[in-house]
Each structure stands twice: as structure tokens, then as C-alpha cells.
Design a protein around this ligand. Structure first.
Ligand code: ADP
Ligand SMILES: Cc1cn([C@H]2C[C@H](O)[C@@H](COP(=O)(O)O)O2)c(=O)[nH]c1=O
Ligand code: ZN
Length: 286
């Protein structure tokens, strides 16, 4: 099937349209909630700053607190940096992680937010300039070795104007935790991360699970077991390669339910020992 481009994407900051497509410029950058500077050390009419109350918000508003506020907790406008968000999408291969990521990115873009998508440059299956789902949906992206290089690659000004950053194949980025922390906590970005929670042996894969404590939301998707059609939670590797990182698609991997994961591992283990014993019997084999 030929890849289908998400053509209605309005504010995608992507390499081919360097540095911005026309609609990606958003001056001034609007943020959902107003900044409140709290006037005194103690007040009984202000909302706690962390609620970021919008004055135009219709009733019912959050309750009014009377709390002592230490001066050190009051952010000055200069130091104020609105907080972003981290959303994590996990699951086995073929579960729709990339599809979900692209839909969420498109929805953000449709809302006028400036977006960019990053994938690992280890995955060269469909070239390096696009993210492509198993169904052929396609989106331009930045293919990088690590996330810390992103700001420099895109340019500091372009980075500052970004609202939303999508990360696909997150299991391949060692610096995922630090990047998400910095981008959301200090950069005010919404970071949407898609990746495998587990490898073919169902071990935690890369840093994906490490960012769960940073997350606003976590979505675990399931696929369909290729052998029985039930929900698939795991990825079975069909070959006898044992390295953790092995780029591939349906020729190497299949989504399976728990029963067929266990059966598959037994079958692969048996096949491997049969092959090993055959090798031993045959002196000329290496
Ligand atoms: N065994 C399979 N081989 C190829 N494509 C599959 C298989 N199982 C499901 N798919 C398709 O892949 C789509 C999900 O693709 P994608 O979003 O790229 O998944 P993920 O990023 O989780 O690997 C599914 O909607 C389905 O149409
Ligand atoms: C299970 C497993 C997967 N991989 C690789 C295979 C693919 O290149 C990606 C996953 O892509 P998807 O978008 O989730 O379909 O990861 C790996 O290297 N090691 C594994 O154990
Ligand atoms: Zn099954």
C-alpha cells in the first residue's frame, strides 16, 4: 500500500519545510492559562499559583484558599515558564502506537499549535525523512541519534516556538527522560511519546518505562494476536537472533496473546536446541 500523507497538517515543523511552514508561526505564543502574580506574602483572595486559574473561566471555579505564600514560591514574570505535558503511548508492535501518535499530533496541529515529530535514525525502513505506520500513513519527521541534538538541529528559535513534540520509537533514545523533563518542565512543551514498553523477551525496553513518573497520561494499546485473533499484549520475534535491538516489521515480529507468546517461546527454544544439536552432530557446520 502506498503511504498516505497527512496533508492537512497546518503547523508541522519538519525538515523539508525549513524552518517553518507558513502557518507554524504563532506570535504571540498563546498559552491556555493566564499568569498571576501574587501581590503579597499572604492573601485570602488569590488562587494558589499552581492552579493557574483562568479569570475568564466560567463557574464553578476552583475553591478559594487562604494559604501563606512564601516569597520564594512566587515566580517572577521573568522566571516564569509555563509547564508542559508528557503523554506516553506504549504497547507491542502493530498495536497502533504510531497511528495514535500521528492522530494526536494532527489534532494538536489542527488546533493551531506548532508541532514537530522525531524518530530514531536507527529505523531506516522507510527512509529517514518520514514516520510511516504499518498501514502506510506517513508524516515528515526529524530522524535523530539522540534527543539532545534536536534543539540544535531545528534551531533554537524554531525550538522555542514549538508547542508540541512527538517522539516515535522512543525505546531507542537513551536520553528520553532528560529530554522529556526539560521540554515539559522548563520548555512548556507538550511531549507525546510512543514506544515499545517491552522487547521481544518482555523486558523493559530502553527508557520508555522510566518516563512513566513524568507522565500526565499513559495509554497502553493492544494488537490482535496473529495466531488466534485475541488481544495481543506482546511481540514475538520469529527469528533466532538474540540482540535486543533488531529493526524489522512483520517479517521478523508478530503480535501475540499471552498463550501464544508462551507457546511461541517454547517452540523457538525447541527449534534452537534442535538446530544446536544438529550443528554438533555435523562437524563441518560452524
Ligand atoms: N501482523 C501485522 N502485520 C502488518 N500490519 C499489521 C499487523 N497487525 C496489525 N497491522 C496493522 O498495523 C496497524 C498499526 O500500525 P502502527 O500504528 O504502525 O503500529 P505500531 O506503531 O504500534 O507498531 C494496525 O492498525 C493494523 O492495520
Ligand atoms: C520487539 C522488538 C522490536 N524491535 C524493533 C523492531 C521495530 O524496528 C521497532 C518497533 O517498531 P513499531 O513502530 O513498534 O512497530 O523496534 C527491537 O529492536 N527489539 C525488539 O525486541
Ligand atoms: Zn493468541
Amino acid at each position: 500500500m502506498l503511504p498516505t500523507s497527512i496533508s492537512s497538517m497546518k503547523s508541522l515543523i519538519s525538515p523539508p519545510f525549513s524552518p517553518f511552514s507558513p502557518l507554524s508561526l504563532h506570535f504571540p505564543k498563546t498559552k491556555p492559562f493566564a499568569f498571576f502574580s501574587l501581590p503579597s506574602k499572604t492573601t485570602n483572595v488569590s488562587y494558589p499559583k499552581f492552579l493557574h486559574v483562568n479569570p475568564s473561566m466560567p463557574s464553578p471555579r476552583p475553591p478559594i484558599f487562604s494559604i501563606p505564600i512564601r516569597q520564594s514560591h512566587i515566580e517572577t514574570p521573568q522566571s516564569f515558564s509555563p509547564c508542559g505535558e508528557v503523554h506516553v503511548i506504549v504497547g507491542p508492535m502493530f498495536a497502533g502506537k504510531t497511528t495514535t501518535l500521528l492522530h494526536r499530533i494532527q489534532a494538536q496541529s489542527n488546533n493551531g499549535r506548532a508541532v514537530a515529530v522525531i524518530k530514531s535514525n536507527k529505523d531506516t525502513r522507510y527512509g529517514l525523512d518520514s514516520i510511516v505506520t504499518h498501514d502506510g500513513m506517513k508524516l515528515p519527521c526529524w530522524a535523530l541519534a539522540n534527543l539532545s541534538s534536536f534543539r540544535q538541529k531545528i534551531g533554537p528559535d524554531a525550538y522555542d516556538q514549538l508547542d508540541v513534540i512527538g517522539i516515535d520509537e522512543a525505546q531507542f533514545f537513551e536520553d528520553l527522560y532528560d529530554f522529556c523533563c526539560e521540554a515539559a518542565d522548563h520548555g512548556g512543551k507538550t511531549v507525546i511519546v510512543a514506544g515499545l514498553d517491552g522487547d521481544y523477551l518482555r523486558r523493559s525496553f530502553g527508557s520508555v518505562l522510566n518516563i512513566i513518573p513524568l507522565a500526565n497520561s499513559v495509554t497502553k494499546l493492544t494488537a490482535r494476536c496473529e495466531l488466534c485473533g485475541k488481544r495481543a499484549f506482546f511481540t514475538l520475534r520469529k527469528t533466532d537472533e538474540t540482540e535486543t535491538e533488531l529493526i524489522g516489521g512483520a517479517e521478523v515480529y508478530m503480535p501475540v496473546c499471552r498463550q501464544h507468546y508462551v507457546d511461541g517461546q517454547v517452540a523457538i527454544g525447541t527449534a534452537r536446541s534442535v538446530l544446536e544439536s544438529k550443528k554438533l552432530e555435523c562437524g563441518s557446520c560452524t
